[in-house]
Every structure is written in structure tokens, then in C-alpha cells.
Design a protein around this ligand. Structure first.
Ligand SMILES: O=C(O)CCC(=O)C(=O)O
Length: 280
């Protein structure tokens, strides 16, 4: 199968978890009805984004004993028959009580096929603009994540992880055809870097790259950038939007990965005799 339809649900997220889950469900079903094969939700889709919220909204992730959001994600994937990259939720680890920012990925049968804990925590301080310190509340994950589909393997990472080129490079060198990033950039770094980073990850590695944000809520404490975007292996933007709630669609022709790699063969021209191979 060489083409697939990808949908990014730029969800309007509010303070009510049950309402967020219901809204996500209706948007995932809408995307599936429009023919999507893989549907993506944004970072922190069940909770407002902010360190003050993570503890209150956190859930354990155990598919044998599913909590509210985990049950909802499994049902969304199963009922819509899509691969679902379930954005992220604040995760509470049983035993330690540690909190993580975690993405789960679901098969069309409603089985959890991958779980990614954000590896690089969003700790920044841009004077006069934005201070954010995820590490005050969260712990980082320690593993790279990918999942298989009938169209090929995709790497998954979360938001600030996008800034670290090694993540996408290792995924591409392990055979992934795309990177998917649930994210929530802000009104300062969004216009500066969101599209640039996505296009860079795609150009460097000759893969698809997509990032899915929540919609902008001007009443919220964190102002998301929105602009959920899909980029192809030539680093062209093939789908994007502004800040309001919407669904961004892109038809991905997987043959393009080989075409780009044949046309501009940087993937086979690497000089690992000069610098070390980072492939795992
Ligand atoms: O890297 C950035 O500028 C924003 C990152 C972010 O918002 C996040 O990791 O949640």
C-alpha cells in the first residue's frame, strides 16, 4: 500500500476532561469518515497544558486496567478503525508516583501498540516572553519510539523532542518513513521554529514529518500556536492550518521517500568514516 491519508486533529482543549475526551472522539470519528488511515491528537489533549494541571489530570497507563482516557483512546481507535496517535496525557507511574508526558498509539483493533514518554522536557526561559519548566513536575522518558503500520514504520516523539535532530535521524535510519509529533508550541517559539523544525526534520532525513497542536484558547494560561502541519520528504508543506480548531489532512505517497532519496541521495552518501553512525 503506497498511499495513506493522515489527519491531524487540532483540538479545542478545555478544563473539563470528560468534554475533551468526547470532543476528541467526535473529531477522530469525523476524520475516519473522511477516509483517514492514521489520526493524530495533540499534546495534552485531555488536560489544559501547564505544570499546574499535570498532577490533577494524570492517569496510569495500563491497558489491562484502563483508566478513563486510556479506555476512551482504545474505543476511539477501534470504533473508527484507524491507527490513532493519541496525542499525549499526563501519566502517573504506579509505585513511584512519578509523572510523565506520554503518548500512546493504538491499532484499528483498539490495542495499544506503542507508548512514548517525552524524552526532552520543555524547560525554557526567554526573557520577557515565556518561562516554562516541565522538569519541575515531570520526569523524562528514556526510549525512542516507533510503530508499524501497513504503510511503513513511523517514529513518535513529543513537542520539544522535535528540537533534537538525533531522534528523527535514528528513526529514519531504522527505516521509519515519517515522524509524528503531538506538540503544543506557543506564540513566541511557534512562529519562530515550528514549521522550520518540521521541515528540517523532513529535509535532513527525507521522510514525512507531521506535528499536531491543540487549537489556541485565548482564555487558557498557555497560548498554543496551533498551525498543525504535514510536511513531505522534499520538505514541502502539504497540509497546514491557522490557530482555530480544525482537522488537517494530507495524502502521503510513500513512494516519494524512495524517489527523493534517489534524486538527492544524501541518505546513502553519509560519511560514517568521518563521523560515527548514530543508528541504534
Ligand atoms: O520547543 C518549543 O518551543 C515549545 C515546546 C513545547 O511547547 C513543549 O515541549 O510542550
Amino acid at each position: 500500500m503506497s498511499t495513506l491519508k493522515l489527519a491531524l486533529v487540532q483540538l479545542a482543549v478545555g478544563a473539563q476532561k470528560a468534554a475533551n475526551l468526547a470532543r476528541a472522539r467526535s473529531k477522530v470519528l469525523e476524520a475516519a469518515k473522511a477516509g483517514a488511515n492514521i489520526v493524530v491528537l495533540p499534546e495534552c489533549f485531555n488536560s489544559p497544558y501547564g505544570t499546574q494541571y499535570f498532577g490533577q489530570y494524570a492517569e496510569e497507563i495500563d491497558s489491562a486496567k484502563p483508566s478513563t482516557s486510556i479506555q476512551a483512546l482504545s474505543e476511539m481507535a477501534r470504533d473508527s478503525k484507524v491507527y490513532l496517535v493519541g496525542g499525549s496525557i499526563p501519566e502517573l507511574e504506579r509505585g513511584t508516583g512519578d509523572l510523565f508526558n506520554t503518548c500512546t498509539v493504538w491499532s484499528p483493533e483498539g490495542e495499544m501498540v506503542a507508548k512514548h514518554r517525552k524524552m526532552h522536557l520543555f524547560d525554557i526561559d526567554i526573557p520577557g516572553k515565556i518561562v516554562f519548566k516541565e522538569s519541575e513536575v515531570l520526569k523524562p522518558g528514556h526510549t525512542l519510539t516507533e510503530f508499524s503500520t501497513p504503510w511503513g514504520k513511523f517514529g513518535v516523539a513529543i513537542c520539544y523532542d522535535m528540537r533534537f535532530p538525533e531522534v528523527a535521524m535514528v528513526a529514519a535510519r531504522k527505516g521509519c518513513v515519517g515522524m509524528i509529533y503531538p506538540g503544543a508550541f506557543n506564540q513566541t517559539t511557534g512562529p519562530l521554529h515550528w514549521e522550520l523544525l518540521l521541515r528540517a526534520r523532513a529535509a535532513d532525513n527525507q521522510i514525512f514529518a507531521a506535528a499536531c497542536s491543540p487549537a489556541l484558547d485565548k482564555e487558557a494560561t498557555y497560548h498554543a500556536w496551533g498551525h498543525s502541519t504535514i510536511v513531505d520528504p522534499y520538505a514541502r508543506v502539504v497540509g497546514t492550518t491557522a490557530e482555530a480548531e480544525s482537522i488537517v489532512y494530507g495524502t502521503l505517497d510513500l513512494d516519494l521517500v524512495d524517489e527523493v532519496r534517489k534524486s538527492v541521495p544524501v541518505s546513502s552518501q553519509r560519511r560514517f568514516d568521518i563521523y560515527p553512525d548514530v543508528a541504534a
